[in-house]
Design a protein around this ligand. Structure first.
Ligand code: PRP
Length: 173
């Protein structure tokens, strides 16, 4: 297993997060926000971005999965649902990566059926070349090519999530 050079360094990540958070703060000015992190991958991005959003905010989490090793199974499992009732609330979903789009599509539809006042999505990485279904993204950290990446919350078999940067992962050279 090989971890390549950082695709995005910790410094580049923090700079981009500040820009995104400023945009979010401005868009939600005067509104109360419920930020929902999609675990496990989004834990690091979530904690960094909410620290930089400057508007009244509550948090909640969903635990979802659809990957086995490096492949999407296409089947989304919800391991733990929200604790909050989202009806009539301004919800901001925070996701680490959108690849096929299947996970996010499933979660967006599930949450829309609960009648929030608004639902927006902030994704740290957008791997557009791999999209299988159309999903609406309101805030995106970085676009990435069709490469398997790890670090900053993203994993291979639940490893490498603790790296403070994003790197390309190869099973062998
Ligand atoms: C990853 C990632 C996204 C999803 C994106 O989750 O965190 O939720 O895959 O892929 P998609 O657009 O092809 O659906 P994973 O199932 O690996 O679980 P994890 O969050 O625990 O890493």
């Amino acid at each position: 297993m090989v971890i390549g050079k950082p695709l995005f360094t910790a410094q580049q990540i923090q700079k981009r997060i500040k820009e995104l958070a400023d945009e979010i703060t401005e868009d939600y000015m005067g509104k109360e926000l419920l930020a929902i992190g999609i675990l496990r991958g989004a834990f690091m991005f979530f904690s960094d971005i909410v620290r930089n959003i400057n508007t009244p905010l509550e948090i909640d989490f969903l635990i979802a999965s659809s990957y086995v090793k490096t492949e999407s199974t296409g089947e989304v499992k919800i391991h733990a649902d929200l604790r909050e009732d989202i009806k009539d609330r301004n919800v901001l979903l925070i996701e680490d990566i959108v690849d096929t789009g299947l996970t996010l599509k499933y979660i967006q539809e599930m949450l829309l059926s609960r009648s929030p006042a608004s639902l927006k999505t902030c994704a740290f990485l957008d791997k557009k070349p791999c999209r299988k279904v159309d999903v609406k993204l309101d805030y995106v950290g970085f676009q990435i090519p069709d490469e398997y990446v790890v670090g900053y919350g993203l994993d291979y078999e639940n490893k490498f999530r603790n790296l403070p940067y994003i790197a390309i992962f190869k099973k062998s050279i």
